[in-house]
Design a protein around this ligand. Structure first.
Ligand SMILES: [Zn+2]
Length: 625
């Protein structure tokens, strides 16, 4: 009896509070408030910095240490980024061995002069791009604490993304330039050493004062607080900035609900502004030496792109966005992008659209890019493909996602494919990372529209945005949204397409004449199961769809279709074949095709059609080259 009572008591005290706490802890996130003053010396390319960081531990855990990223330390010979670039099979041509050959004046660094927590000095160890700070007095759950740091930095010669003197002559491209607290979330610390790839940051606010030679114009994340001091015209489009006389000038910027802060500076920036109706003011900073006429046309396309995104994918929540010439290609940051500017109009619009779409998939929906690079690059590629077809479309009916499918198929064929769930830093090749994150990630979404229906996907994308904005969604967060929106169970879809490299191949195995009916045997040739849309075209021109849901979906897609549709019984995935009965004589049938929409990433499409299409692939191959 006593023992039983004790067991009962034990159960009550241990399980009951656990389940209550668990419900409350379902989602939480840490918070930061940065106040930083930077004094930039444009002759030495070094800066002095002061950082006051208020950190809220909203986790249920006691933290006995914190980590900071010191990204600029990657730009030193022998760094992990340098070694990675020199040993990977297909190095980024922008990096290769350039870090190895940097002189002491050209390397980048961040050095910590002092670090205090509420007036008490802290010890720390710096290992490459990561600083570990043990805390004798831990940060308790729910506690808010303040760190103060003095630091100095040297801006590296521009190699990858950030640095000075980029290929187009932009003086400073300042991304990942300050000691940045690593994120701690449900999955623990994310103190990834920087090897040149993805980022993840803590949500919060930034107040940043940048003091620099008054000849320089500064562009940045956030809102400028002192336009009257900086110079008349800074916040007005097309006016020359009349800078006040004096050796230095201080720009004050402020940003809320962001997870990073970027800035750039150049003496020759032209600054224009375009207003998106019911949207942000878009600021453009560029040099007029090359491609200026393309930059003058860029605002009209950017405004259209913002309107498309606001309408289809959720409303951009800030009042400002800056397109800044700088960096080494295109890279997204909160409320801003750094892009290179010497481009054709199409390329300039393309890179700007891609980076501004990242304001949704990374800026506002801040996935851990290292764990889910396909959720920011793939979703961004998918949405920007749609925008580009919309704003640059020339009436052609080429599928906007066709290039993504071609990229994914080439990855499968290369034999280099690794699962989408691979950590971004750890892909074996840059090619496998790039095609997985950008191409297969876009295919993931477009193919999902095939599974759940296009209208359902579109509604789901807005629901995902509105539910997870200013948070850190994971693949599972996204899956749950799409399941709720569609009423379809989707774990199999994520499991196969994200965690494995299994492929899809369905085919028409045989078509048999059964008098008044036609028996079509369908077969699954590869491991990944999918629902099927099979379209039959009759001799009289009528078209009819036969929809075969996958058994484990426990639901059916709803989609507007241009033809009558018959829903057949589910296909349990263990069956290698499926018998589809068409209640028409075979003589009435002109063609049968599996998924004419092409959204299913079927790696062998030539067995999708009956009668088999004539193989014209090698026609003309005898022509001399
Ligand atoms: Zn991107």
């Amino acid at each position: 009896m006593k023992i039983l009572q004790r067991i009962f008591f034990f159960c009550v005290v241990s399980f009951f509070p656990y389940s209550m706490a668990h419900a409350q802890e379902y989602y939480w996130q840490q918070q930061v408030a940065y106040e930083m003053d930077i004094d930039m010396n444009v002759n030495t390319h070094r800066f002095e910095g002061r950082q006051k960081l208020t950190y809220s531990n909203n986790s249920p855990d006691t933290l006995d240490k914190v980590f900071y990223h010191l990204y600029f330390n990657a730009f030193q010979p022998g760094s992990m980024m340098d070694v990675r670039s020199r040993t990977i099979d297909d190095a980024d041509p922008r990096v290769r061995d350039r870090i190895l050959h940097l002189s002491p004046e050209e390397i980048g660094y961040l050095k910590v002069q002092s670090l205090n927590r509420e007036g008490k000095s802290l010890t720390y160890t710096i290992d490459g791009t990561v600083m570990e700070v043990p805390l004798a007095k831990p940060i308790l759950p729910g506690e808010k604490t303040t760190f103060e740091m003095q630091f100095t930095g040297q801006v590296p010669l521009q190699i990858r993304r950030s640095g000075r003197d980029n290929a187009e002559g932009i003086a400073y491209s300042m991304s990942q330039w300050y000691p940045k607290l690593a994120e701690y979330d449900v999955e623990g610390w994310h103190a990834n050493p920087y090897v040149g790839r993805e980022f993840y940051g803590v949500w919060g606010s930034y107040e940043v004062s940048i003091t620099i030679d008054s000849a320089y114009v500064v562009a940045a994340t956030g809102y400028l607080q002192n336009p009257q001091e900086v110079g008349h015209g800074y916040e007005k489009s097309g006016q020359t900035v009349n800078r006040p006389k004096g050796n230095t000038i201080t720009y004050h910027f402020q940003a809320d609900q962001v997870h990073d802060f970027v800035w750039a500076a150049d003496p020759d920036y032209t600054h224009t502004i375009a207003q998106v109706p019911n949207g942000p003011a878009v600021h453009f900073f560029y040099q007029t030496d090359t491609a200026a006429e393309h930059w003058q046309r860029l605002p009209e396309f950017t405004v259209e792109a913002f309107q498309y995104m606001n309408q289809h994918f959720g409303r951009y929540p800030y009042e400002k966005y800056s397109v800044i010439q700088g960096g080494d290609g295109g890279m997204e940051y909160p409320m801003a992008t750094l892009i290179t500017g010497h481009r054709s109009l199409g390329s300039l619009v393309g890179v700007t659209v891609h980076e501004m779409v990242h304001s949704w998939y990374q800026g506002v929906l801040a996935t851990n890019e290292s764990l889910y690079p396909w959720m920011d690059e793939g979703f961004t590629s998918y949405a920007s493909n749609r925008i580009m077809a919309h704003i640059m479309g020339n009436g052609s009916n080429v599928d906007p996602q066709a290039n993504s499918y071609a990229g994914y198929f080439s990855l499968v064929e290369s034999g280099l494919e690794e699962p989408l769930s691979t950590h971004a830093d750890h892909y074996n090749t840059n090619r496998a990372y790039g095609l997985a994150a950008y191409a297969k990630g876009a295919v993931f979404l477009h193919q999902l529209s095939y599974v759940i229906g296009q209208e359902t996907l579109d509604r789901g994308m807005r629901r995902y945005f509105n539910t997870w904005k200013f948070k850190h969604p994971t693949a599972s967060s996204f899956k749950r949204i799409m399941e709720k929106e569609s009423g379809i169970e989707l774990d199999w879809y994520f499991e196969y397409f994200m965690n494995t490299t299994h492929t899809i191949d369905y085919g028409i195995k045989s078509v048999e004449d059964k008098g008044e009916a036609t028996h079509v045997t369908l077969e699954r040739g590869k491991l990944m199961p999918m629902p099927l849309d099979v379209v039959v075209t009759y001799q009289d021109g009528r078209r009819e769809m036969f929809y075969i849901p996958l058994h484990i979906m426990w639901g059916k897609k709803k989609e507007e279709r241009a033809m009558p549709t018959t829903t057949l019984s589910d296909w349990p995935w263990v069956y290698p074949t499926y018998l589809m009965v068409i209640p028409q004589p075979v003589g009435d049938i002109k063609q049968i095709e599996i998924d004419p929409s092409g959204r299913m990433a079927d790696i062998t499409r030539d067995n999708n059609v009956y009668p088999a299409l004539e193989n014209t692939r090698f026609e003309g191959s005898t022509n001399s080259q």
